[in-house]
Design a protein around this ligand. Sequence first.
Ligand code: NAP
Length: 208
Amino acid sequence: MPDIATWKKIGIMGGTFNPIHTGHLLLAQWAMEEAGLDGVIFMPTGNSYMKDKEEMLPGSERLAMTQLAIQDRECFSCSDLEVKRGGNTYTYETLEALRSMYPQSRLYFIAGADCLFNIEKWYCPQKIFENCVLLAASRSGAPMEALEKKRCELTEAYGAEILLMAFPNMEISSTDIRRRRRLGRSIRYLVPDRVREYIVRNHFYEGL
Ligand code: NAP
């Protein structure tokens, strides 16, 4: 178990992770190097109230898959904070909890850059920006000018600290993985082997 209290710069990789896949893992790895993070906490959501509930596995199963995905990396950890909290998952609550657990550390919330355009609809954006640096990954081909403009707007409105990070465009999504399972197609290499075996063994996402 990593000693997170010794990490000065902590990345938070929040996600529904239904299921976790190689894109999520690479994004966390990339963020570590880009921002010089000491490690990353993967945080599967409890109830992602902004997501379609169809095909949504329970938090306990998404947590189990996330644990399997990161178990061989000392600098990756997995938290059950949101899954255990119950109710709708609000990122600001998680960040406030982590701030009090690790008061000496700086928190970096890792996300796809598109979130810059909807984070103001999340619950209490002001409190999100007060508690973390937002590390936003822009996929290649995304219009950088629009992102830069939005970054400036959010900095002005909320005092937000936002780092834009270039990230390669990987056409891997949880939606596509579930679709492949429905069609009986392979998900090998899209998810870590241990996760694939867990999904197959438990017949997840079949015939939905
Ligand atoms: P998700 O679908 O599991 O994705 C997790 C993250 O990985 C997202 O930032 C996503 O960016 C990124 N990602 C997925 N596939 C990728 C790929 N191939 N290459 C690069 N990046 C990839 O989780 P989510 O439902 O978007 O939730 C993300 C976080 O936002 C969670 O922590 C959730 O709690 C939080 N959230 C909070 C609120 C709130 O507080 N009210 C509301 C909504 C979400 P993209 O989205 O750009 O794919």
